[in-house]
Design a protein around this ligand. Structure first.
Ligand SMILES: Nc1ncnc2c1ncn2[C@@H]1O[C@H](COP(=O)(O)OP(=O)(O)OP(=O)(O)O)[C@@H](O)[C@H]1O
Ligand SMILES: [Mg+2]
Length: 262
């Protein structure tokens, strides 16, 4: 089985949380699952820019990305966050390899929208490097940075990156570990099952905003593009990764449509 686990930046900010997730991923890998990890780092990016007096701004949950932001993306996401995660995975015995989408065409992008600057929309994901690595027992750890055809560097939302890589590598499972227990309705109740139409409604109603708006848009792209379901769970819940892989119905499942596909 091939699985892609996307880890949100908040879960990677402290060493304890990193090693807890690493330990869980090691158990999944030991059970015979081929794993690729994609990570975000929104919180770390905002903090890094703030420390330099740069205020972050977002449009539809996506970070407006200037030249200066791209440089920060490379330093923070491809640098610190990626390397710290690779170190945590290595410490529990996984042969983790840190990459960005720029390595060997793992993610090639075009500009999504001039209004957003250097935010990329991934147009293709070459699975060959991931197949080579996972086939030889390595765990690729991909920072959400993509390359353009002319050598440009694009900032890609972590969830979009995960979906693009999952589609190219043809995963059996796609799991988003985030900092909330699932997608919530206006009354803050967790919604266990969402179709694409439900997700669009939550966004239109202003209930799913910011990072969750971006996450649901990415999840909809995934299930529309042939991924069976996307699971959104809180990464800090005890043994969450094992529970999801054991089939426990926790968090939110996004599917294309209809109860019969549930
Ligand atoms: N309806 C909603 N239900 C749940 N969370 C929501 C909702 N609307 C907005 N959010 C926000 O979305 C956030 C999750 O998205 P966010 O982008 O911050 O995390 P992530 O994608 O896991 O991390 P990263 O962006 O670093 O990869 C939650 O912390 C919450 O504040
Ligand atoms: Mg996010």
């Amino acid at each position: 089985m091939k699985a892609l686990v996307k880890i949100g930046g908040s879960l990677l900010d402290d060493p304890g949380s990193r090693s807890d997730i690493a330990r869980q991923l090691a158990a999944v890998s030991a059970s015979g699952v081929q794993l690729t990890v994609v990570h975000g780092g929104g919180k770390q990016m905002t903090r890094f820019l703030e420390e330099r007096g740069v205020k972050s701004s977002f449009v539809r949950g996506l970070r407006v990305t200037t030249d200066e932001t791209v440089d920060a993306v490379l330093k923070v996401l491809a640098g610190t966050v990626n390397t710290q995660l690779v170190a945590a995975l290595g410490a529990v015995g996984l042969r983790a390899v840190g990459l960005t989408g720029i390595d060997s065409g793992v993610a090639t992008a075009v500009q999504l929208d001039p209004e957003l600057g250097f935010v990329g929309k991934v147009e293709s994901s070459d699975p060959r490097l991931l197949e080579t690595l996972t086939g030889a027992g390595y765990v690729p750890v991909v920072a959400c940075v993509a390359g353009g055809k002319a050598g440009e560097v694009y900032n890609v939302n972590g969830d979009s990156m995960a979906v693009a890589v999952a589609s190219g590598w043809k995963v059996d499972r796609l799991v988003f570990l985030t900092d909330v227990p699932g997608v919530m309705n206006a009354a803050k109740e967790i919604l266990p099952l969402l179709t694409v139409a439900d997700c669009q409604q939550l966004i239109a109603d202003g209930v799913a905003t910011g990072g969750m708006q971006a996450k649901l848009n990415a999840a909809c792209d995934a299930v529309t593009g042939g991924v069976g379901e996307v699971r959104i769970v809180r990464g800090s819940d005890a043994d969450i990764v094992a529970r999801v892989f054991a089939g426990e119905q926790t968090g939110t499942r996004v599917i294309q449509a209809g109860v019969f596909q549930a």
